[in-house]
Design a protein around this ligand. Structure first.
Ligand SMILES: [Zn+2]
Length: 111
């Protein structure tokens, strides 16, 4: 299976981009990565086609270019759990404040 996930509509060159964003604009779908808009490495055309891959779009399976690759699995778990806790703590607080602000003493017509 080809690992390429983009194809140039102008010259049919196929290439691979590890991480990219998709934007839907009036003039069409635009793909970009950290360096800006993606273009064909062969002819620099911006008219690219995303090649659907098995298992979905974007970051491919089986390739682990890792932020975590140096961490042990316990460490990974720890990092992920910490991140999740912080996320929920923050969300929970926001939600609580939101409710306090908006519904405190409000009349029953809201419900
Ligand atoms: Zn091209």
């Amino acid at each position: 299976m080809s690992k390429n996930n983009f194809k140039c509509k102008s010259c049919e060159h196929e290439f691979f981009v590890y991480e990219y964003r998709t934007k839907y604009k009036d003039e069409g779908t635009v793909y970009s990565d950290k360096g800006g808009q993606l273009k064909c490495p062969e002819c620099e055309s911006l008219d690219l086609e995303n090649i659907p891959r098995q298992g979905g779009y974007g970051i491919p399976f089986g390739i682990n270019i890792g932020k975590f690759s140096s961490a042990s699995s316990d460490k990974k778990k720890e990092i992920l759990e910490k991140r999740r806790d912080e996320h929920f703590k923050k969300k929970g607080k926001e939600m609580h404040e939101h409710i306090q602000r908006n519904f405190k003493g409000s009349s029953s017509k809201l419900w």
